[in-house]
Design a protein around this ligand. Structure first.
Ligand SMILES: NC(=O)c1ccc[n+]([C@@H]2O[C@H](COP(=O)([O-])OP(=O)(O)OC[C@H]3O[C@@H](n4cnc5c(N)ncnc54)[C@H](O)[C@@H]3O)[C@@H](O)[C@H]2O)c1
Length: 342
């Protein structure tokens, strides 16, 4: 893995990162992203990678077996980090068929191509949301916790995990699964909570807070997440699931207040928040136990205060690169809802 990937990794939206020729000394990085799902993709975010001799970007869809088979063979890929997915929970309350297609079918096609290509390591990137809602009095959830996803996005991520596990058990595919907390940081598409609030505030608007704002999420700064993936890639054990959890558990209303302060409205928090209808279902929290990852040597390094300031500053300078983001800034984006049945 290149150090520049580690340093500059955006959110984790490089869709597919592949190394060759060897997992212990990878020399190449190849990213595959879908032209169909470009709403949240931004080529400018990864433009700096073009200068690297060991990087190649292929525009394509992981649902295309022909393309995957061709790329894996042509580029002599031996390691896959599978990030590609439809990820926004709100959108999954719209057309969730697209989530099944890309997250479950896409993963299945990629697994099959990986099997044919004799891949040496397959990191399947899942999410803490597959655990479903956690009560406040419940202990941190470890990797053996039952999966009880509560929204269509999380359900497709859980489904993809089961297919991936079946390829490990049936065919010996060298699989590792990660389940991570919420990522935040520079480059993240403004449909997600933090960049959305920043962009609302920068336009002089109030932030749109779902429900009472009491729901909690654990926020991990993107560089810590990239380091976690590097750790899992090089030190993780095949057949094992690793939680990637941090210590910045914050309620959405506290996040909103911190951002309102950074935007120069300190003391006017009440005036800068609009409470809107909650999601159809909004998990209270996901508090996960990351002892397995700690055993590999990973530790969270970036404090909330530093991370949120770096993020705010980045969006002040770079938000223009996403073009027209109005549809992402509404309280409940439902991209594709008109095409779905729910
Ligand atoms: N962002 C988070 O807080 C978070 C937390 C835990 C896990 N994850 C997981 O990490 C991964 C990346 O998340 P993100 O937030 O960077 O997502 P994102 O939505 O910003 O980016 C996903 C990328 O996948 C691509 N993609 C989707 N379907 C594709 C297809 N069929 N073929 C090729 N490319 C396709 C999109 O074009 C996009 O570039 C996802 O698997 C997600 O479930 C994210």
């Amino acid at each position: 893995m290149t150090s520049s990937w580690r340093r500059h990794a955006p959110n984790i939206d490089a869709s597919l990162l592949m190394n060759r020729p060897s997992t212990s000394n990878p020399s190449s990085l190849c990213a595959l992203s879908s032209p169909l799902l470009s709403d949240c993709s931004c080529l400018e975010n990864v433009a700096y990678l073009n200068e690297l001799p060991n990087y190649k970007f292929v525009k394509g869809n992981i649902c295309s077996a022909d393309l995957l088979n061709y790329v894996l063979e042509e580029e002599k890929i031996d390691t896959i980090m599978h990030f590609a997915a439809q990820t926004h929970v709100d959108n999954s309350f719209g057309n969730s068929f697209q989530f099944t297609q890309n997250n479950i079918m896409g993963t299945h096609v990629l697994l099959e191509s990986a099997k044919i290509a004799g891949i040496k390591r397959f990191i399947h990137v899942s999410t803490d949301e597959v655990y479903g809602e956690q009560r406040l009095d419940q202990d941190a959830m470890d990797e053996e916790q039952l999966l009880e996803p509560t929204n269509p996005y999380a359900a497709t991520k859980a489904g993809a995990e089961f297919i991936a596990k079946s390829y490990y058990r049936s065919f010996g595919l060298p699989l590792i699964i990660t389940r991570g907390n919420n990522v935040y940081g520079p480059h993240q598409y403004p449909e997600k909570l933090i960049p959305k609030f920043i962009n609302q505030l920068r336009r002089g608007r109030k932030v749109t807070l779902h429900g009472t704002g009491e729901n909690k999420r654990n926020f991990l700064y993107v560089e810590d997440v990239a380091r976690a993936f590097e750790t899992v890639l090089f030190k993780g054990k095949v057949g094992v699931v690793y939680n990637i959890g941090g210590s910045n558990e914050r309620s959405n209303i506290d996040v909103a207040k911190d951002l309102i302060g950074l935007a120069g409205y300190k003391g006017k928090e009440d005036q800068m928040i609009t409470f809107v209808e909650d999601r159809f279902f909004n998990d209270l929290r996901y508090h996960i136990n990351s002892d397995r990852l700690f055993e590999l040597g990973w530790r969270e390094q970036v404090s909330w205060e530093d991370g949120i300031k770096l993020t705010y500053d980045w969006f002040e300078k770079n938000s223009h690169r996403y073009g027209d983001i109005e549809s992402a800034l509404v309280a409940h984006p439902r991209a594709g809802a008109e095409k779905g049945i729910n």
